[in-house]
Each structure stands twice: as structure tokens, then as C-alpha cells.
Design a binder for this molecule. Structure first.
Ligand SMILES: Cc1cc2nc3c(=O)[nH]c(=O)nc-3n(C[C@H](O)[C@H](O)[C@H](O)COP(=O)(O)OP(=O)(O)OC[C@H]3O[C@@H](n4cnc5c(N)ncnc54)[C@H](O)[C@@H]3O)c2cc1C
Length: 397
């Protein structure tokens, strides 16, 4: 089918199937809590999710046999444009399922694993979390100590993970465990999947300055994982783990490009103009104007670089070590954006609660605090510098 024919068909399908209430911005209190414990405040959210999942369009670029839409890059771009045209909401908040474990399974999973796990991600049935970091293993991840021992068809797992994002809502975990304590540290690690809903798993949310608990301490006491849920080879999990980190870093870094206004649906320039605009259409404060222009130009250049890399990788297999550059730059750019927003909004951006603050601005205060973690999660900026030096630039140790 030609791209134009695909566009027409897509437009007609969306017009017919996208409920009217799904053509508005998503209010924070309607964001569904996906997975087994999903609750849909607005029933249309579920209708929309199911219709799109049936079509394979919650993860349009995945193969159809695993619940995706089998769309090409160009078709996928058309679908996004057509959804944007009618302001359709994202049907699935896929989280780590679509951006991390899904792509890793497509690359390393057995046929049985792909058939079991990928369609459930596409339908939003299962919410995943990432069991990598431990109290003494963050940047030096390969030193991890969570232990897995074979018992018949299963592994018995003991140990502790930390900073496990969303573990208190997660249904399944992809987890790094040590299966050989005698081998060099990178060679004794296995990558395994298991259900969080079992007696051997305990989750304790960690409360942050924002008042939220986005991540948890996760304890395993004789937790069980089926041996056929090992991804890749036993003791070779480091290979899968590193690859998944590339998917994660691409998603964190690339997802932060774009000269947005911090979730306000407006560019920084527009927000500044609203607050400090003058009749000639310029932001009055010339220093601020300069900083905003620089930010927008950097954003534009970064967006183009991410796009060029995407175009180049059409001929190769997905992400490379360049994902570290995107992670490094994208997260710094996001932090810079929120710092600039802070300059623009002034004391409005320091609000926490109360009628004197606009609700949208209160959201920005929390976003500003949250942004500080961007250069830590998914591997710190210093770790990205090390990878770029070694793997991209080929510098000696
Ligand atoms: C918001 C958020 C969400 C997260 N979600 C998850 C999750 O879902 N699952 C999960 O497993 N983990 C998660 N993490 C953990 C994250 O991966 C780690 O915090 C990160 O890898 C850093 O490890 P660490 O905190 O132990 O810091 P450390 O490794 O102790 O680092 C401390 C400091 O030393 C520096 N440093 C360490 N080693 C080097 C080196 N070789 N060269 C130069 N500098 C170095 C670091 O850059 C850092 O500044 C999350 C973290 C955050 C902030």
C-alpha cells in the first residue's frame, strides 16, 4: 500500500474509532495505572486502549505476531501525525515494557518468551520494573550480589535491589542475578524474568522530597523464577543487560529533545513572552532572551541529531553506544529547560501548595525537582562520559 493510501485509511479509522474524550489532553488524575491493577477513571481510556491494541497500534513498530502493528518507520510516522492531527491521547503508557524489556526480548528472547510476554505488553496487561541496582552496586553494576540457585525447573533468588522504579505497581521484574560467584564479575550474571506477585518478593517504597515514591527497595527471600524465563544464556546476562541499557538511554535521552515549555504545551519562548512580553513581541530581559534562544537552538540541533541517528540506524540494528551521548546531552538539556522555566516563573516556580499558585506552575515545581535525577537514572553522566571516551572515541584507559 502506498504511504498516501495508508494515511487515508489511518485517518478514516481514527475518525471512526477514537472516542471524543480521548481527543483532549490527558488530565493528571485520568492517567491510568497500567498492568493487573489498572484502574480507568474515564472508561473511554480502556475502550481506546483495547481498540488500539487490537489494531496493533499501541506498539505500532513491533511485529504483528507479537501484538504490534508491523508498521514501517514511515507508516509509524504517518500514524503519529494522524493521531496528533486529532489530538488523540497515547493509548498505552508502556513504560519499561515498550521501551526496555520489549526491545531486549525481540533481540534476545526465545520464541516462547516473545509469544508469552510481548502481546501482554502491547495490551497493557503487564507492568514491568527493572531489578538492576543494589545498595552496593550502582555505577559498578557488575558487582551485584543477588544470588540465584537452581532448584529443579526454577531458580531460587535471594538478595536486595534498590531504586526499583514502580516496583510497588509492577507485575513482573526483569532482574540481574549472580549465578556464578567464582567467575570474573561480568561472567557470572544471568538475566531473568519473574512474577512479582509471590511470597518471596517484598517491596518498600522510598519517599522523596517531592512527597512521591517513584521507586522502592525490593527484597527477595527465596523468590522463584522459572528457568525458561532466563533471557540469553546463563552467566551471559551482562550482554543482555548492556543492550537493554542502550535502549533505556536512547529512550531517556531521545525522549527529552524538543523545545517544550516543561509540559505546559507551549515553548519556553511563549511562556516567557506571556509573563514578560513587550509590545514588540520580544522578551524584555535581554539576558533571559539570549538564554532561551540558545536553549531552543541547542534543542533543535539535538533533535536533528537524534533524528539523523535514527535514519542512519535503519540500515543497522537499533541502538549503539551513541545512546550514551543522547542520554548525557538530553538529560542536561532537560535540566537546563527547567532551570530556565524557573527563571521565567520566578517565585511561582517555588510553590508547593496553596491558592496563590497556579496549578500548572505547581506541577513545574515538582518537575524541576524530578529533573535533577535525570542525570543519575539509567547510569550517571560520569558513567556516560566513560562509555563515550572508551567506546565512541576509542580513547585509552
Ligand atoms: C529516578 C531514578 C530512577 C531509577 N530507577 C531504577 C530502576 O528502576 N532500576 C534500577 O535498577 N535502578 C534504578 N535507578 C538507579 C540508578 O541506575 C543508579 O542510581 C545509578 O546507576 C547510579 O548508581 P548509584 O546511585 O549507586 O551511585 P554511585 O554508583 O554510588 O555513584 C556515586 C557518584 O560517583 C560517580 N561515579 C561512580 N563510579 C564512577 C566512575 N567509574 N567514574 C566516574 N564517576 C563515577 C557517579 O557518577 C556518582 O556521581 C534509578 C535512579 C534514579 C535516580
Amino acid at each position: 500500500m502506498s504511504l498516501e493510501a495508508f494515511r487515508e485509511e489511518t485517518r478514516a479509522w481514527l475518525e471512526e474509532n477514537c472516542p471524543a474524550s480521548m481527543r483532549t489532553p490527558m488530565p493528571a488524575d485520568e492517567t491510568p495505572n497500567p498492568g493487573r491493577r489498572a484502574q480507568f477513571k474515564n472508561p473511554d481510556t480502556k475502550v481506546w486502549l483495547d481498540l488500539m491494541a487490537e489494531k496493533g497500534w499501541t506498539v505500532p513498530h513491533w511485529p504483528t505476531e507479537y501484538g504490534g502493528g508491523g508498521l514501517s518507520i514511515d507508516e509509524n510516522a504517518v500514524l503519529r501525525e494522524e493521531m496528533a492531527r486529532i489530538k488523540a491521547r497515547t493509548p498505552l503508557f508502556g513504560g519499561m515494557g515498550t521501551s526496555m524489556i520489549g526491545p531486549a526480548l525481540l533481540e534476545f528472547g526465545t520464541e516462547e518468551q516473545k509469544k508469552e510476554h510481548l502481546p501482554r505488553i502491547c495490551r497493557g496487561d503487564i507492568w514491568w520494573c527493572q531489578g538492576y541496582s543494589e545498595p552496593n552496586s550502582g555505577s559498578d553494576l557488575a558487582s551485584l550480589q543477588t544470588k540465584a540457585v537452581v532448584d529443579g525447573d526454577e531458580y531460587v533468588i535471594n538478595g536486595q535491589k534498590i531504586w526499583t522504579s514502580g516496583a510497588d505497581n509492577a507485575d513482573w521484574i526483569f532482574c540481574l542475578v549472580r549465578t556464578d560467584f567464582d567467575a570474573p564479575k561480568h561472567d557470572g550474571i544471568t538475566f531473568v524474568l519473574f512474577d512479582m506477585d509471590q511470597p518471596g518478593v517484598e517491596v518498600k517504597p522510598i519517599k522523596l522530597i517531592s512527597g512521591l515514591s517513584p521507586f522502592c527497595e525490593t527484597y527477595f527471600t527465596d523468590a522463584r523464577a522459572l528457568r525458561n524465563n532466563v533471557v540469553g544464556e546463563v552467566n551471559r546476562g551482562w550482554t543482555v543487560a548492556k543492550r537493554l541499557l542502550q535502549y533505556e538511554r536512547t529512550s531517556i535521552g531521545g525522549g527529552m529533545g524538543g523545545a517544550g515549555g516543561g509540559g505546559l504545551g507551549k515553548t519556553l519562548g511563549h511562556v516567557a513572552l506571556e509573563r514578560y512580553g513587550e509590545a514588540d513581541g520580544k522578551v524584555a530581559d535581554s539576558t533571559l532572551r539570549d538564554e532561551i534562544s540558545t536553549h531552543i537552538m541547542n534543542d533543535r540541533a539535538f533533535g536533528l541529531t537524534v533524528r539523523r541517528n535514527g535514519e542512519e540506524s535503519r540500515t543497522t540494528t537499533a541502538p549503539t553506544f551513541a545512546s550514551s551521548m543522547f542520554k548525557l546531552y538530553g538529560t542536561e538539556q532537560n535540566k537546563n529547560r527547567l532551570e530556565l522555566l524557573m527563571k521565567i516563573l520566578g517565585t511561582q516556580m517555588l510553590g508547593w501548595e496553596g491558592d496563590q499558585f497556579e496549578e500548572a506552575d505547581l506541577g513545574q515545581t515538582r518537575a524541576w525537582l524530578r529533573s535533577k535525577a535525570n542525570s543519575i537514572e539509567g547510569g550517571t553522566s560520569e558513567v556516560q562520559y566513560n562509555i563515550i571516551a572508551k567506546r565512541v572515541l576509542g580513547l585509552p584507559d
